[in-house]
Design a protein around this ligand. Structure first.
Ligand SMILES: *Cc1c(COP(=O)(O)O)cnc(C)c1O
Length: 410
């Protein structure tokens, strides 16, 4: 008999995106003439091709692999020095982060889930509501929660409600937390945290001996120069924070796969005997045991994101998506709906028209405008009454979505 990890049975059967797919399929089958009109503004995936600097570097990497003299087998598990150094120079200059505190991987989704390997049982885990569902589900799998209630909230997690009153930035809790997941710019709400708000979190973490798991996957979308891009811009964060970064949303690497974790050597957790252990040491051991490095052509391509040409091309990509976000914000504002996000993030978070739930609005948009959005309640019960529109699309599609939105609620 092979006993299973019964924690998996507590998971709410990944209901958000499968349910969206089910409703879109049902609508298409019932209305075949309308099916070609459907525009998807739901899933958070990039749409534009890779920047040419990235493509060229990847081609070069493949060429090197094709020749005996330059062929490479296994690389360093932690990532090639050339990439880790480029990351430090271009993303963390002046923040006291060194190249050996960077761990290159094949994605932030895996990293944010895998990080739980190095933490023990019994931690109080704080999670914002609404939230990127990966943080919740990986804690369920790891046995860090009880069962879910009928609203999908798991016993044992400390939920931090985010709402219009707090600008979708969770306040520091009154009670003790050990691990805190923060994501800024936020998916799904598009909210960003000010320096003062991040300072409050770092102060809380240091005072209560907590660890902040900071997901900065969307930092490249920040337009406001006053908003920090990294938690390590906050004094004291080197002692209490881990940061997750990805090439998915800036370089368009969602199908290429490359990301990294930043773990300062000064962040520690507590062993059973009360001694302090650097998390860097544990993650290094975990990473080199369970991971064999990201592919060489991919790391070469990732480094090209920081070349002069790469930076310009990435800036143009971000500009494209943020132009979309501006149009979507304007269209929703014109409808008289409450609009959040979309100014420093590729997601626009919109309050539903009076009387409509998140799923009501999803159905209305699908049936009347053939536009697929994401119902806010799918990200947590505090997301009820909102929907998320993604700016990841062609300009043409976004203009069409705006036209249909205006025709819709009016
Ligand atoms: C897209 C996204 C990531 C990046 O995931 P990858 O696995 O690197 O593609 C990380 N966090 C959030 C919140 C995201 O939306």
């Amino acid at each position: 008999m092979a006993a299973i990890n019964s924690n998996f049975l507590k998971l709410k059967a990944g209901y958000l995106f499968p349910e969206i797919a089910r409703r879109v399929k049902a609508y298409s089958e019932a209305n075949p003439a309308m099916a070609p009109r459907i525009i998807r503004c739901g899933i958070g995936d990039v749409t534009e091709p890779l920047p040419p600097a990235v493509v060229n570097a990847m081609h070069e990497g493949v060429e090197e692999m094709a020749n005996r003299e330059t062929f490479k087998g296994y690389g360093p598990e932690q990532g090639y020095e050339f990439l880790r150094q480029a990351i430090v120079d271009h993303q963390f200059a002046g923040l006291g982060i060194s190249a050996d505190e960077i761990f290159v991987s094949d994605g932030s989704k895996c990293d944010t889930g895998n990080i739980l390997d190095i933490f023990g049982k019994g931690n109080v885990i704080a999670i914002t509501d609404p939230v990127y569902p990966v943080y919740v589900d990986t804690n369920v799998m790891a046995g860090n929660t009880g069962a879910a209630d009928d609203k999908g909230a798991y016993a044992g997690l400390l939920y931090l409600p985010c709402n219009a009153e707090n600008g979708f930035v969770a306040a520091v809790p009154e009670t003790k937390a050990d691990l805190i997941y923060l994501c800024f710019p936020n998916n799904p709400t598009g909210a960003v945290a000010t320096r003062a708000q991040l300072e409050a979190w770092v102060r809380y973490a240091r005072e209560t001996d907590a660890i902040i798991l900071f997901d900065a996957a969307y930092e490249a979308f920040i337009q406001d120069p006053a908003i920090p891009h990294s938690i390590f811009e906050i004094e004291g964060a080197r002692d209490c924070a881990i940061e997750f970064r990805s090439f998915s949303k800036n370089g368009g690497f969602t199908g290429v796969r490359c990301a990294y974790v930043v773990i300062p050597k000064t962040v520690t957790g507590q062993a059973e005997d009360g001694s302090r252990v650097p998390l860097h040491q544990l993650w290094s051991r975990r990473h080199s045991t369970k991971f064999n490095g990201a592919s060489y052509p991919v790391q070469k391509a990732a480094a090209a994101v920081f070349s002069e040409q790469g930076k310009q091309e990435v800036a143009a990509l971000i500009g494209h998506y943020m132009g979309n976000a501006t149009l979507l914000r304007e269209a929703c504002t014109e409808l008289g709906l409450p609009v959040f996000g979309g100014e420093n993030a590729p997601y626009v978070w919109v309050g539903c028209p009076a009387g409509l739930s998140s799923w009501d609005m999803f159905d209305k948009m699908l049936n009347e405008a053939q536009v697929v959005i994401t119902p806010g309640s799918g990200f947590g019960s505090a997301g009820e009454g909102y929907f998320r529109i993604s700016a990841f699309n062609s300009r043409e599609n976004v203009r069409e979505v705006c036209r249909r939105l205006k025709a819709l609620v009016a």
